[in-house]
Write a protein that binds this ligand. Structure first.
Ligand code: ADP
Ligand code: MG
Length: 353
């Protein structure tokens, strides 16, 4: 206590500040994959490759073919509160990208050995070459050097938490950590059929999904590849709009409900969320048609103008806040309730006692 009382107030070193921020954003290897994949999506990529070694603890690499980062901005990308996505408060009130806090890369870099390699899109001056920067063990940037890389970006993260033993202690087995990554990549793949996705673990192909483009059948193929071979067939497709709200996707017919809540995917403006209000509305819509102890399965997308939803609630951005929460709740309930009562019409085996 004596030491604390007598210490003068100091501004923390950048590296330490980043490590503290990493505590909020980087819980485990899957959170690193989430941040990197979201950056790839924000960069307008058409394909993402994710390579994982030993559950992501030893190494994970995310490579995309997005617009890339020009050489003179590589160091900035690793600096705290540096972002190309938000410039003023007005932007923050209507965030259209997945990222906006400008802290993922510096946070990850502060708790791992990170290398960032990028080749900017063809319109940049240095587009004919790729550049690479890294962070040394002392937290200092290693200056950019030429590298070989097709247009796009790779982030290579090794030895996650090597310098934060407290965090490392909380890591689970290689299998559990990889399961979290796999689950995360499935969530992203469901929301982005237009993007080719490859996931490898210890050199083995786990997911290999071609871009579905606008091809409806390929979209359904992907749904089945991710959720089981009969998901599409056992589901009801839906799409409905109201002022400022649009809900679309698939709900599984009640007869095929699940014993676990393991197939519940809800996205708000493309962002996967776990939201109490949403869950409540969905459960209420299913309450008449679902037996006790069974869980609905669904993949649903809610689109609304960004100004009506606040995504800046939590650093990891799992939660959102709707401006008109009552309206959103009732809309989701109404659309699902109607679709479910149409869909189950005449199917006597599903009749509720
Ligand atoms: P944020 O995503 O919140 O802006 P990050 O720390 O995740 O913050 O990334 C910082 C910046 O680095 C981004 O704003 C973007 O300009 C650039 N960047 C990061 N990853 C990529 C990528 N894969 N492709 C292109 N640019 C990227
Ligand atoms: Mg980001």
């Amino acid at each position: 206590f004596h030491a604390v009382m007598s210490s003068p107030i100091r501004i923390l070193a950048d590296h330490l500040v980043n490590q503290i921020a990493a505590g909020e954003v980087v819980e485990r290897p899957a959170s690193v994959v989430k941040e990197l994949v979201e950056n790839s999506l924000d960069a307008g990529c058409g394909r993402i490759e994710i390579d994982v070694e030993q559950g992501g603890v030893k190494r994970l690499r995310v490579r995309d073919d997005g617009r890339g980062i020009p050489r003179d901005q590589l160091a900035l990308a690793l600096s705290r509160h540096a972002t190309s996505k938000v410039a003023e408060l007005r932007d923050l009130e209507a965030v259209g990208t997945l990222g906006f806090r400008g802290e993922a890369l510096p946070s990850i870099a502060s708790v791992s050995r990170l290398t960032l390699t990028s080749r900017a899109a063809a319109d940049a001056d240095d587009a004919d070459s790729a550049w690479e920067i890294g962070v040394g063990a002392d937290g200092r940037l290693i200056p950019a050097r030429p590298a070989a890389h097709p247009p796009g970006t790779s982030v290579d993260v090794r030895e996650l938490f090597f310098n934060t033993p407290a965090r490392r202690k909380f890591l689970r087995t290689e299998k559990t950590e990889f399961d979290h990554i796999h689950q995360l990549v499935r969530r992203v793949a469901l929301a982005h059929p237009e993007i080719g996705i490859q996931l490898r673990h210890n050199g083995k192909d786990i997911l290999s999904l071609g871009a579905a483009g606008g091809d409806e059948r390929k979209v359904l193929d992907r749904l089945n590849a991710l959720l089981g071979p009969d998901f599409a067939e056992q589901s009801l497709a839906l799409e409905e709009s109201a002022v400022d709200l649009r809900l679309h996707g698939w709900v599984m017919r009640p007869a095929f409900s699940r014993s676990q809540p393991d197939q519940q995917f809800f996205y708000v403006n493309g962002r996967m969320v776990r939201d109490k209000l949403v869950t409540h509305a969905v459960r209420q819509a299913f309450s008449d048609v679902l037996h006790h102890g069974r869980h609905p399965a669904y993949v649903l997308f809610l689109d609304t103008p960004p100004r009506l939803v606040d995504v800046n609630v939590h650093p990891a951005k799992h939660e959102v806040r709707f401006r008109e929460s009552r309206q959103v709740h009732d809309f989701i309930y109404r659309v699902l309730h109607r679709r479910l009562s149409q869909g189950t019409l005449g199917v006597t085996t599903e009749a509720v006692p």
